[in-house]
Design a binder for this molecule. Structure first.
Ligand code: S3P
Length: 175
């Protein structure tokens, strides 16, 4: 089985993915980390030196390379914007990835991201007064696509990380 976790920035895709993979004995890959290895640059550097359009091109290329490896039994955490590109969705579908939307409440996301914006190029330069509105608008612009392409729409409420992981594990029932 191949599993892709996606959702908004700050949803916990990487932390959940890493733990989940360990629990079910799968490999874990993080698309942003693969991009950083491939380019030798941080995501912030790619955005600032080449811009978002170039980043999306690289993101697609790195995903394509990964898909070509044809790895099975893998949990892949995508970046928050990866699933928006139809060409990326096609790649995932080609290998029958089970796509899980990590669906976290916008208020929870906003609070998390306020504390953790420096390594996120779309957020790091926002003023405090702009932050909430920006997140809300970006989330709203993505929400339908996030929901539409989910094989599993996994809602995360106010619960501990351990509880979320346990629920996700139980849903999947991989073993
Ligand atoms: C992005 C999310 C980031 C990263 C890039 C763009 C987005 O990943 O890919 O900064 O467009 O939402 P995370 O969701 O892991 O922060």
């Amino acid at each position: 089985m191949r599993i892709a976790l996606y959702g908004f920035m700050g949803a916990g895709k990487s932390s959940l993915g890493q733990k989940l993979a360990k629990q079910i004995g799968y490999d874990f890959k993080d698309l942003d980390a693969l991009i950083e290895t491939y380019t030798g640059k941080t995501i912030n550097d790619i955005f600032s030196s080449e811009g978002e359009i170039a980043f999306r091109r690289i993101e697609h290329l790195v995903l394509k390379n990964f898909i070509r490896e044809n790895q099975e039994n893998v949990v892949l955490a995508l970046g928050g914007g990866s699933i928006l590109q139809p060409t990326n969705r096609k790649l995932l579908e080609l290998k029958n990835f089970y796509k899980i939307y990590i669906n976290v409440d916008i208020y929870v996301l906003t609070e998390r991201l306020k504390k953790n914006k420096n390594n996120r190029p779309l957020l790091k330069d926002l003023k405090e007064s702009e932050f909430d509105d920006y997140i809300k608008a970006l989330f709203e612009s993505r929400r339908n696509i996030y929901e539409k392409h989910a094989d599993l729409n996994f809602k995360v409420g106010h619960e501990s990380f351990e509880r979320t992981l346990e629920r996700l594990y139980n849903y999947l029932n991989v073993n």
